[in-house]
Design a binder for this molecule. Sequence first.
Ligand code: NAP
Length: 466
Amino acid sequence: MTEQLGTATRPLRVAIVGAGPAGFYAAEALLKQKDLVVHIDMFNRLPTPYGLVREGVAPDHQSIKAVTRVYDKVAATPNVRYFGNVIFGRDIVHEDVKQLYDQVVYAVGAQSDRKMGITGEDLDGSFPATIFVGWYNGHPDYRDLEFNLSHERVLVVGNGNVAMDVARILATDPDDLAKTDIADHALEALRKSKVREVVMLGRRGPAQAAFTNPELKEFGELNGVDVIIDPTDIVLDEVSEASLSDDKTARRNVELMRTYAERGTTGASRRIVMKFLVSPVGVIGSGGRVAAVTMEHNDLKQAADGSLRAIGSGKYETHQCGMILRSVGYRGSPIPGVPFSDSSGTIPNVAGRVFHNRDEVLPGEYVVGWAKRGPSGIIGTNKPDSVSTVSSMLEDLAEIEGIPDEKRDLNLIEDLLRARRVDYVSYNDWQILDAHEIAAGAAQGRPRVKETRVAEMMKIIRAGRG
Ligand code: NAP
């Protein structure tokens, strides 16, 4: 009889693809199982770990990034190995992980963005907020983008926390940003920025905004920035007003917005304007670039499920602007060899077990985080989400055949990567880069100065390896 998986004689071998919060929480949940003997290998596309904590969390939200201490602890556990700079689908493929691991967890997040589906959306100057975020956070994929900020007005579509982040970064005094770990190229561009007004467009009303209280409160605390809201926008319809009684976040949001509306203009040099019940319906170009946006005013209509939907009113207005950022949600992208639902933008699953063709479960394959549930929630939301997938993994242990013993040699994956000439980055390697960035930051009174090119990162790591 074959020995049970997860024991000293037959340790469970788990591959986690993606080293963002959801991947680390899955590893942590596995390590917390008292009687489970497990070896975990984490694979990450970039040399740097932490996913959206490094590449998504705004640079002026340093305290949120302290969560990486938990991930460092996970990575320091003897049975956990980190393989950064390894591209899934190229350096290792689905078949490799199936051959070398009993269970595979996809923790690949949501790498793409949703579109608005309006004319002119692809004009130069119209971008998804996601890439603007990647750019100012020094994500190597976006570090060479150039955003033209030589105009006065940017429109940001959406009322979520990502929209808040991009609006705030565009409006913040660059001297304040200079104290953060914002990417140097972005800081330089923002120092030269001529943008004086950022207009946020919510398709529904103030009571339906998806952003949260701390982010809205921060708007009112920005140096040299007025937050402008038309007082008539804050007069709520009956259904919205009633909805506030059992929604604390919305209630506080509306209270804050009422104080901003009352405060009005103080003559600050930069402004964030919050407009509600408007939807862009067309981006107008001039010389191939964004010049203006036509928007339609909306009415709120209660749907059968009780929710309030935005319905076009047939009244339009056009606003000039030099850039439009759509912040209407992230979206998952397919990864080679793994099922993907185009409609939800996620890896189809039930309780974290990956499904194929709706009802066929793929034994030993699991998903966590945004790739599992879509792009919602804060970083901490990923912890219970990963714990729940790990419960499914543990439940399945008795049923899983597992890989043959000759594939259990821990060196096999390293041999395979070396044979393919992949210069993978270990956690010690990452710590060389981490120390380098922190030291560069200390010299400037900043938390770190980020390296933003993979080639540069690898140069520093190779030099540090000695
Ligand atoms: P989100 O919270 O889902 O917000 C998306 C926004 O886009 C909503 O206001 C939505 O309006 C709007 N929208 C969607 N489709 C639209 C369309 N076609 N036209 C106009 N507006 C449209 O998404 P997110 O801002 O990308 O954030 C993703 C997750 O990360 C969220 O859970 C967020 O809280 C989290 N996050 C947290 C922080 C933080 O904690 N500081 C920072 C960044 C992100 P409707 O409500 O009308 O659909």
